[in-house]
Ligand binder design. Structure first.
Ligand code: NAD
Ligand code: TYD
Length: 362
């Protein structure tokens, strides 16, 4: 099915890249970057359009002649095989996943089905289509720092940190990472992996901390901070992540894993207060007024205390570094949500509203 996007111009196609999950938050930034930067590539976006998939995220590139959308579910091998035999992709950048920790606590099986079984289907589809002609091919799996578990006050995750996933989400991502490496060792599939810290920026689904807080501040609703609010995350501007993915896809060494991080640690409570202050300024509200909306609520079960990434390998080997500083990135994000209320409203009237009521009881 090709609802949007021009007819593929195979005559000019140097490479066909299949991006899974391209209608989601990070995937849409990756698709946008690739479509614009590589007019000679054909970018095929494969996405099932779950609650988190939104083709509106791509409306500024979806008419490009080198872009095609395919609605398909990675849980369905038949659908995958049909897409693979139609396009014979040279590269795969795999982002499709169930991605929210709180949802994984409520329904772990859905995370096994998409993140583990779906990834194995994709690995099998790649093996089938590439057979022995794997020269120049790349299967790039996008993963998370959450597979490494939880840090104390000190230290950083490196590529050598042993896996210690503690939520159903991170367990499912860890399992998928293991399968990707197993296909490299067992079948010689040309794989690459990266494990990234928390992303933020435009098109972030409003169930996640930053867009949820921005939206609630805008609406004057309470700001639900889990537990004592002293949990720490390392926040990366999403376009910096997309740039790292582009670099690793093209220049990374086959079989290797690269950690990606923002070098930008924030305790949740400090981050929420910062967002309150930025929003007060942007909305012309009295300084400090939004902070009064902060409400400490019941903690997430098994809540990981701290994540922090050592991205030294990526810097040393490929020269990547984050470009957007925290204050600037949070401000750009808050402005984007204020300027794109219609995008947000369309999401808030859908399935997310039911989830919000179940999660927060309001
Ligand atoms: P997201 O939830 O915004 O998007 C996921 C996309 O995958 C959606 O478009 C959805 O429709 C699609 N999808 C879900 N199930 C599918 C299925 N069965 N078949 C086909 N498509 C399906 O997620 P995101 O935040 O953009 O994360 C993308 C990837 O990056 C995930 O693999 C995630 O684990 C990883 N990651 C995310 C972060 C982060 O901070 N968001 C950090 C590190 C790694
Ligand atoms: P989240 O955006 O869900 O990302 P992750 O769990 O993958 O790191 O949450 C980021 C942090 O914010 C995490 O410590 C949980 C916390 N949090 C809240 O305090 N309140 C909320 O309403 C949400 C969604 C998250």
């Amino acid at each position: 099915m090709r609802p949007r996007g021009g007819a593929p111009r195979y005559d000019m196609t140097e490479k066909t890249i299949l991006v899974t999950g391209g209608a989601g938050f990070i995937g849409s930034h990756v698709v946008r970057l690739l479509v614009r930067k590589y007019p000679d590539y054909h970018i095929v976006n494969l996405d099932a359009l779950t609650y988190a998939g939104n083709l509106e995220n791509l409306r500024d590139v979806d008419q490009a002649p080198n872009y095609t959308f395919e609605k398909a579910d990675i849980r369905d091998m038949g659908q995958l095989q049909a897409v693979f035999s139609r396009y014979h992709p040279d590269g795969i950048i795999h982002l499709a996943a169930e991605s929210h920790v709180d949802r994984s606590i409520n329904n772990p099986a859905a995370f096994v089905e998409t993140n583990v079984l779906g990834t194995v289907n994709l690995l099998n589809a790649a093996r089938q289509v590439w057979k022995d002609a794997q020269e120049g091919k790349r299967f790039y799996h996008i993963s998370t720092d959450e597979v490494y578990g939880s840090l104390g006050d000190e230290g950083f995750f490196t590529e050598e940190t042993p896996y210690d996933p503690r939520s159903p989400y991170s367990a499912s991502k860890a399992a998928s990472d293991h399968f990707v490496r197993a296909y490299f060792h067992t079948y010689g599939l040309p794989v690459l992996l990266s494990n990234c810290s928390n992303n933020y920026g435009p098109y972030h689904f409003p169930e996640k901390l930053i867009p949820l807080m921005i939206n609630n501040i805008r609406e004057g609703k309470s700001l639900p901070v889990y537990g004592d609010g002293q949990y720490t995350r390392d926040w990366l501007w999403v376009e910096d992540h997309a740039a790292a993915i582009d670099l690793i896809f093209h220049k990374g060494r086959i079989g290797e894993t690269y950690n990606i991080g923002g070098n930008n640690e924030w305790k949740n409570i400090d981050l929420v207060e910062k967002l309150c202050d930025i929003m007060d300024e942007l909305l012309g509200r009295p300084a400090g007024s939004s902070r009064e909306l902060i409400t400490f609520v019941k903690d997430r079960p098994g809540h990981d205390r701290r994540y922090a990434i050592d991205a030294g390998k990526l810097k040393d080997e490929l020269g990547w570094e984050p470009t957007i500083r925290a204050e600037e990135g949070f401000r750009k994000t808050a402005k984007w949500y204020l300027e794109n209320e219609a995008w947000l409203r369309r999401i808030l009237t859908g399935e997310y509203q039911k989830y919000y009521e179940a999660q927060y009881g309001v």
